[in-house]
Structure formats: C-alpha cells, structure tokens
Write a protein that binds this ligand. Structure first.
Ligand code: XMP
Ligand code: MG
Length: 183
C-alpha cells in the first residue's frame, strides 16, 4: 500500500505530528508540577489513546504506572451510542491512587463522563483527565478536562491512534476523514 492510498481518503490535516509532540511536552511539564511527590497512574483508553499514552508517558520524567482499559461506545461507525461497556478492565486496584485518564478524543463526552464516574467509585484519591482532542460543538455532557491538547471542529478525524473501521491509526498526523470514505 502506498501513502497516496491513504492521503486520498483525507480532506485536511488538522494537527501535525510536531504540533502534537510540542503540546504533549507542554502538558507533561504541567502534569509533573501538579503531581510532584505523588505516584501517578496513567490509565489509557484502548485503542485510540495508544499513541497519546506512548508519547505523553515518555515526556514525563518521574516514575509512573500505566494501565489500560478498553470500553466500547462506538462500534465501527462514527456516532456515539451513549452505551458504554467495559471490554477490558484495569489490572490495578485504584484505592488511594492518583489517576490520570489518557484519552484520544472527547466527542459527545458520554464515554468519558461514564468512565470518570466509574473510576471515582473505586476509591481513587483523585481522577483527572488528559485528552489530546476535543470537539466542543459535539458536547452532550460537560466533562472537566484538566489537560487538553486541541479543540477541533465537529468533523470525524483519524490518525495518531484514531481509527475509522480500525484503519488510519498509523497516520502520524490528525486529519479529517473525507466523507466519501464513510458515506
Ligand atoms: P464520546 O462521544 O463518547 O466518544 O465522547 C469518545 C470516543 O469516540 C471515538 N471518537 C472518534 N474516533 N474519530 C475517531 O477515530 C473521531 O472523530 C471520533 N470522535 C469520537 C473515540 O474512540 C473516543 O474515545
Ligand atoms: Mg474508535
């Protein structure tokens, strides 16, 4: 497969790889300052957050732990169902832990608000959110995001971990998916 095969499926690059890396470095400095002297547990939401987790975690200098959850709210389409199911739970006991959820994107906010409530009910000392992308115009519920990368328009985006039907996760940039691909 050639690069041009993928590029024809995209209408516009929204956030480049280097913009992402610069932003994650900036967020990492804030996180280090905010959590100084505490043991941080990063909880990545599979599969979309894999790239954010990998790059953010390597920007952070102190010791930390990483764990993963898989939830489903979307299937293979482009619309949130609002129904969240745990496909893979954490291995870590959250009692007394400082938890930072690492997400790729907040769309309606339904997945994250459900996740926040779920993790907070497990006795964590704190639960905060770091999300690379947010679509403010798509919000159905307000989610308090402590660390945010970029606000983007309400369009379906792929790349840097984000997929459409499990493709495009390997794109280095975040780009708008051309409507002809899914319509
Ligand atoms: P909600 O609507 O619950 O959705 O905030 C969050 C989850 O939906 C997926 N999502 C996207 N995936 N391009 C994607 O590849 C998008 O534009 C997009 N919008 C939402 C994503 O898995 C996220 O965790
Ligand atoms: Mg997805």
């Amino acid at each position: 497969m050639h690069a041009s095969d993928i590029e024809g499926d995209l209408t516009e690059v929204l956030v480049t790889e280097s913009e992402i890396h610069a932003k994650l470095a900036e967020l990492a400095r804030r996180i280090e300052a905010d959590y100084e002297g505490r043991d941080l547990l990063l909880v990545g939401v599979l599969k979309g957050a894999v790239m954010v987790m990998a790059d953010l975690a390597r920007e952070l200098r102190p010791h930390l732990n990483m764990d993963w959850m898989a939830v489903s709210s979307y299937g293979t389409g482009t619309q949130s169902s609002g129904v969240v199911k745990i496909l893979k739970d954490l291995d870590t006991d959250l009692t007394g832990r400082d938890v930072l959820i690492v997400e790729d994107i907040i769309d309606s906010g339904l997945t994250l608000s459900w996740l926040l409530e779920n993790l907070r009910s497990r006795g964590a000392a704190s639960v905060e959110v770091c999300a690379l992308l947010r679509k403010p115009d798509a919000a159905k519920v307000e989610v308090d995001v402590r660390y945010l990368g970029f606000d983007i328009p309400n369009q379906f985006v792929v790349g840097y971990g984000l997929d459409y039907a499990e493709r495009y996760r390997n794109l280095r940039d975040v780009a708008i998916l051309a409507p002809h691909v899914y319509s």
